[in-house]
Design a protein around this ligand. Structure first.
Ligand code: ZN
Length: 404
């Protein structure tokens, strides 16, 4: 069975009350308003095509796994060659110094230089299959750039709602791809609310990369497939920078699917890394709460990509926190000063120039090893989520403040 009246191998299910919905452009459960997730008839999918055969396909990137993405048969993917990014051993920071094996999943090798290309490729493909002509999103930068690029590729109109803190490099890229930009006063959460209102008004597909669009979130799973396929092993720890955290929970879902497929026999512990200056998920983790509350103070960090106070959708943080706890992982915070040091070290010692938000994962690995959480001999993967070239102004401003 793949659910009442369903003609495809996937559908939407409410994460709060479990009600099923057909695969439509929905953002909330019609019964209770809860957030939605894509569910699959895995038995049917894997009986037709085992996971190993998907991995072995010659198609590059995320579309090797199209049966595990919410795409109708026959729909052409909107693709720029996303996914298939390198998983690089870190010689200087892992095996020789710490006695653990560290691999860096370099997502800055994606077409718009950030991991968001995975979810935006899926989201624009979904937009096209639903017959949408217009897309909108709220963004702190990387989502907007990816949305603009993939909308251009799909031939759809794109409007991005951005807070004033968005790095200028990312604004220029969005403009270059032909997106319409709307500046919103306040934080990312304010841009989120405006984009939701405008999506309704315009009848546009909302691509905001929190948990809002269940189709977009699915692209993140492909990170897990690639990490396992590269290593032929499940890391003991996977360390990911988080704002709302759909990359972390998407990645964990990918590992759970491989467990269901009988490809792996254990799951990784997930580490969610936040900027200390804006860390609602970390705060709930440290206080032992199940529910994340909105971040009360200002967003005191230059790590704009993960500076999400979750003001109007703290339940997104609660979803991420639940995954961290379920996996036996931890939430951890990194200061802007540590990010700055780590950014330089990653560039000078590993040849990887990452944006501030991204280096939090690497800084967290060091902190977890120093605290004894990561032990000698363990296998660790840190996800470098975006390229430093898109965030140079933050680095320059940080040096100007004289903190260094
Ligand atoms: Zn519901």
């Amino acid at each position: 069975m793949n659910g009442a009246g369903r003609v495809y191998d996937f559908w939407l299910v409410c994460t709060r009350c479990g009600t099923s919905h057909p695969a439509l452009p929905l953002y909330q459960c019609r019964a209770c308003g809860g957030s939605l997730e894509v569910a699959y008839d895995y038995e049917r999918i894997f009986s037709r095509l085992p996971f190993d055969r998907m991995s072995a396909r010659t198609a590059s990137g995320i579309w090797k796994y199209r049966e595990l993405l919410p795409v109708f048969p026959g729909t052409d993917p909107v693709t720029l060659g996303e996914g298939g990014t390198p998983l690089l051993p870190s010689w200087r920071m892992g095996s020789t110094e710490g006695g653990f094996q560290l691999y860096l999943k370099n997502e800055s090798a994606n077409p718009t230089l950030a991991f968001k290309d995975r979810s935006l490729s899926v989201a624009l493909t979904a937009a096209r299959q639903f017959g949408m002509t217009e897309v909108v999103c709220a963004s702190t930068g990387n989502t907007g750039v990816a949305a603009a690029a993939y909308a251009a590729r799909a031939g759809l109109r794109c409007t991005v709602y951005i807070p004033a803190t968005t790095p200028p490099e990312k604004l220029e890229a969005m403009k270059a791809y032909g997106a319409r930009l709307e500046m919103v006063s306040g934080s990312f959460s304010d841009a989120y609310a405006t984009s939701a209102d405008e999506a309704l008004r315009l009848g546009a597909f909302n691509l905001t990369s929190t948990y809002l669009n269940p189709h977009a979130v699915e692209g993140n799973k492909t990170l897990a497939y690639e990490i396992f396929t590269s290593l032929q092993a499940v890391p003991d720890w996977i360390v990911i920078p988080v704002g709302a955290g759909p990359l972390l929970s998407g990645c964990y879902k990918g590992f759970r699917e491989m467990l269901l497929a009988g490809v792996i026999d254990q799951l990784p512990r997930m580490v969610g890394v936040q900027a200390s200056g804006c860390a609602p998920i970390l705060q709930a983790f440290e206080e032992g709460r199940q529910e994340v509350r909105p971040w009360g103070g200002s967003t005191a960090t230059l790590a704009s990509g993960i500076a999400d106070p979750l003001s109007t959708y703290p339940e997104d943080g609660t979803r991420t926190l639940a995954v961290i706890r379920e996996s036996g992982g931890v939430a951890i915070g990194v200061s802007d000063l540590d990010m700055h040091h780590c950014r330089r070290m990653l560039a000078e010692r590993e040849g990887i120039l990452a944006e501030l938000s991204s280096v939090t994962a690497v800084a967290a690995v060091k902190a977890l090893y120093d605290s004894g959480a990561i032990r000698a001999g363990e296998l660790v993967t840190a996800v470098v989520t975006g390229h430093g070239i898109k965030d140079m102004t933050a680095a320059i401003n940080f040096e100007k403040t004289g903190v260094e």
